[in-house]
Design a protein around this ligand. Structure first.
Ligand code: HPA
Length: 271
């Protein structure tokens, strides 16, 4: 594993003239707009990067983008990998390992998620404070490489407290509705039944989605501080559940995305 990471990082360093990003960013479904704020220096397509898994979803363009955002050197994954696409957990999290190897000191993650909390409405944002892993497999399963991190990593603060507080302060200052809550990860690709939405709420979830947790576990394994934010694109309220529409989700993501971009952009500039 560590050999493939080095090989990929070496290739990238050659292609980007040792750019050395300070911040890694993973952008979720329909949430690639932050890329427009990046002053792009280099851009690599996933299929051209050795050992990189290839994103299969049509609306994910699959590019690794290097550039500056508010004066900070960033690397952004435009198009993430999901378990439901058929990748294993090691493949999904491989880019996080590579970004760490390239030098990132923070990981920023966005996603689209369904609201489970009746007070959190479609189109609102939610900073992730904690998570419940219902993908039921850890990306750390298997032999541990002690050079990367411990066998039994601590998960008592999976999302950086200071970044959460700063994000909420930025949202308040800008009049953006932004909650704080617990994200539950499921495998998908099917959506939840009414009984499942009810169950996810009962066990403590505020939002549900099909991503993020594997990457966050791996970042924690490597002691990389994480900030993650969800755009709530639909409401999983069992009593009034509507049939799921991908078009509707992408449209909600499109409308809410500038608010999220505003928060991420300011948060990054303060680092
Ligand atoms: N469930 C699971 N994943 C999701 C949802 C949802 O309701 N909305 C967006 N991603």
């Amino acid at each position: 594993m560590s050999q493939t990471i080095h090989e990929t990082a070496d290739y990238i360093n050659k292609k980007t003239a040792d750019f050395q990003p300070e911040i890694g960013i993973i952008l979720g479904t329909g949430l690639g707009g932050l890329v427009e704020e990046i002053d792009v220096a280099f851009s690599l397509m996933y299929p051209n990067i050795p050992n990189f898994p290839i994103s299969t979803l049509e609306f994910h363009s699959g590019k690794l983008i290097f550039g500056t955002l508010n004066g900070k050197r960033v690397v952004a994954m435009q198009g993430r990998l999901h378990y439901y696409e058929g990748y294993n957990m090691q493949q999904i999290t491989f880019p996080v390992r590579v970004m760490k190897e390239l030098g990132i000191k923070y990981l920023f993650v966005s996603n689209a998620a369904g609201s489970l909390n009746p007070d959190f409405k479609k189109g609102d944002l939610m900073v992730i404070d904690d998570h419940i892993n219902l993908q039921l497999e850890s990306p750390l399963r298997g032999r541990n490489d002690a050079e990367m991190g411990p066998r039994f990593p601590d998960m008592s603060e999976p999302y950086n407290r200071k970044l959460i507080a700063d994000a909420l302060a930025i949202a308040e200052k800008d009049g953006i509705t932004c909650h704080k809550g617990v994200y539950v990860s499921v495998t998908g690709p099917n959506l939840e039944t009414r009984a499942e939405y009810k169950y996810l709420r009962i066990i403590g979830g505020d939002a549900v989605g099909m991503s993020t947790v594997p990457e966050v576990i791996v970042a924690n394994h490597m002691s990389l501080p994480v900030f993650a934010i969800s755009v709530l694109t639909d409401e999983g309220f069992p009593e009034v559940l509507h049939p799921f529409s991908l078009e509707d989700i992408l449209e909600t993501a499109r409308i809410a995305e500038p608010k999220m971009t505003k928060i991420l952009s300011q948060l990054i500039s303060r680092l």
